[in-house]
Design a protein. Sequence first.
Length: 381
Amino acid sequence: MCLCQLSRRKKRPDDSDTQSAPGAVQGTGADYSGAVTASAASTVTHPTVTRHVTASGARIYTIGIRAFEHLGVNVFLVVVGDPQQPSYTALIDAGSSFDFSQQGLLDGLKRVREEYGEAWSWETLSRLVITHPHPDHVGGLPFVRTLTAAPVAAHALAAAVIEEPGRRAEAFKLGADAMLARLGVPEGEYAARLRRRAGNLMSPSGVKVETALQDGDTLDGLFTVLHTPGHDGAQICLRLDEVLLSADHLLPHNSPPLMPGWMLPGSGLGPYLAALDHIETLEGVDLALGSHDEPMPDWRGRVDFLRRRYDDKLRGVLGAASEPQTIYALTCAVNPRLRAAQALLLLDQTAALVEELVVRGELHETREQAADGERWTYQRA
């Protein structure tokens, strides 16, 4: 069964490899290409607000808002000091550029003031942090910039995309035909969707990044920065006391969407698994708060589950590659009952799995010239 022969299925509790991804972008003609978990699919009309008080007394407010029509996202407000006169406040991520996302952000932050008595304000906000330059995290930043002069922090590799969002889109557009050839996607609906996705922006306009972060940095004397590539090469997680703000790196219900490194530098399964190892070295972290869905008190158990899950996926690709196959054909083979909304993200994921198996020497890659251009195939070594 190929990607254009799709049927629907009932999703298992952790059967989604679909949250936001570089291709799930807002804009006219945007191709979100992302199904979501059952919990995210129930559209968030009103923001949700929950609070966690850390060992040092810092308050972390998780504000759940809509990013896209069927995708919720968490943004975080961190407050330190006297609630009536905070000494430090930081907003982590900004939602998407859609009006309903921006209104949800405003409504959620208003609830923090009115229901929790935190006298924060846009005028005194100390810091803006972007965990990674995907549209449900950075798309709302230009709107937020109109409300506050707080300096923006992001990983150094994210700065160019945040400041000049057209640069990544232009690079994707220029490489679209080569990408289709390497994936083995025939001309048709999915080729058109991939080309359309290539031209989308992460954010509607650029915003200057004042603080470029690296792994191991301490931000504002408060957060420990952990570089966690894989989902995006520029993604960071933040540790505050016993809490890990795990962005899209660690989520309670989803395997974060992955692209191969040749498609998006710093992405891929190898970097993702290494970044899981990186956060697992943390001591004294009792809770992880991801950018989607609920808190993860057993976050180490979640890490173990994801490793097993990816082992299963790697074995599935190997099992389908007894004969030379394109990435497109392997995607069809390992996802025989694929839902249309998942198709492009699972094509990306299969490419990431194939890339990792080639690096491990378990798949053999062949590149040859065919009548209609280059052809890439993969076979079990």
